[in-house]
Design a protein around this ligand. Structure first.
Ligand SMILES: [Zn+2]
Length: 299
């Protein structure tokens, strides 16, 4: 999930903390919109496009969708890495894929490319099951996605690097790709600080402590996974990990020695207050934030 630099690591951790904070409240919100109904409504109202996940579509249907104006494509970039004793290693990828799907539906006339399911996770390699890409590998994958999608006919490509370690690599790579593809619009929500601010605002509202919400596999991520994959969340293993403040010193330790140097169970935070209801709220807030950021960057 992340890069070597403690700065980057810090931003990632902050991001996770923010997410957690966001989620945490008990305020009741309306239930999550039904994705399949939204999708159905969109397809009926607009055209013959029945699905937006290209991995579930055939090439003639994708071609037809593009011809009907589906010229924007969204790609999430997750990770495959340890998420404590209670969450599956696909956690970042599952959350990223879900957010990309919700974003695509809300944007309209947008297809979703298959999510990049492995990211830069070097600091978690001491925990079995973690698979990490080198930065150079993720850069090449990102460039190849863009080349392929541009060749396929899309004129707007949106990257959502929803795993901390992917942010700096993708941010840099998108600049490079934009220079090579002047004719298409390449957008990435790659400013972790803005995500942090957004999540911080929500967390303050919810009254959840940042150290519980956590930077990794804490209350926030656990809540989201309870909303999305309840059968893969092992509740009787909920236990706090590192719950101190994560400042420069801690980020440096993780960056240089690995996550295990700070937390034996791999958790940064405390999942014990997690709930599916909070997870739905987190997903809503994150979706809205991503949509706003995309709109700001759009021509
Ligand atoms: Zn995660």
């Amino acid at each position: 999930m992340k890069r070597e630099s403690s700065h980057t690591l810090g931003r990632y951790l902050c991001y996770a903390i923010v997410i957690s904070l966001n989620i945490c409240t008990t305020q009741t919100l309306r239930s999550q919109p039904n994705i399949s109904n939204d999708e159905e409504r969109q397809s009926k109202a607009v055209d013959s496009v029945k699905r937006i996940r290209m991995a579930e579509m055939t090439w003639p249907d994708i071609k037809s969708a593009i011809e009907q104006g589906y010229m924007t494509v969204v790609v999430a970039a997750g990770s495959t890495e340890q998420h404590g004793p209670h969450l599956p290693t696909m956690t970042d990828t599952r959350i990223g894929d879900e957010l990309a799907h919700r974003v695509a539906l809300k944007l309209g006339h947008t297809l979703q490319a298959i999510t990049i399911s492995v990211g830069c996770s070097r600091h978690h390699l001491a925990f079995p099951g973690t698979i990490s890409l080198r930065d150079a590998t993720l850069r090449m994958i990102t460039l190849d996605y863009i080349d392929s999608l541009a060749r396929g006919g899309f004129n707007r490509i949106i990257f959502l690097p929803l795993h901390g370690g992917n942010f700096p690599v993708i941010q840099q790579t998108l600049k490079e790709a934009q220079t090579a593809h002047q004719g298409i619009e390449i957008i990435g929500v790659t400013d972790v600080t803005k995500l942090f601010d957004c999540l911080n605002a929500a967390s303050a509202e919810f009254g959840i402590k940042a150290n519980e919400s956590g930077a990794h596999a804490g209350e926030s991520e656990t809540s989201i996974m309870m909303a999305l994959e309840k059968n893969l969340v092992i509740k009787d293993r909920f236990a706090p990990g590192f719950v101190g403040l994560t400042g420069e010193k801690e980020f440096k330790i993780i960056g240089e020695q690995g996550t295990q140097a700070l937390t034996k169970n791999g958790v940064l935070g405390d999942p014990r207050k997690a709930s599916a209801d909070k997870g739905e709220i987190y997903l809503d807030r994150l979706t809205e934030f991503l949509i706003q950021e995309i709109k700001k960057q759009s021509h």
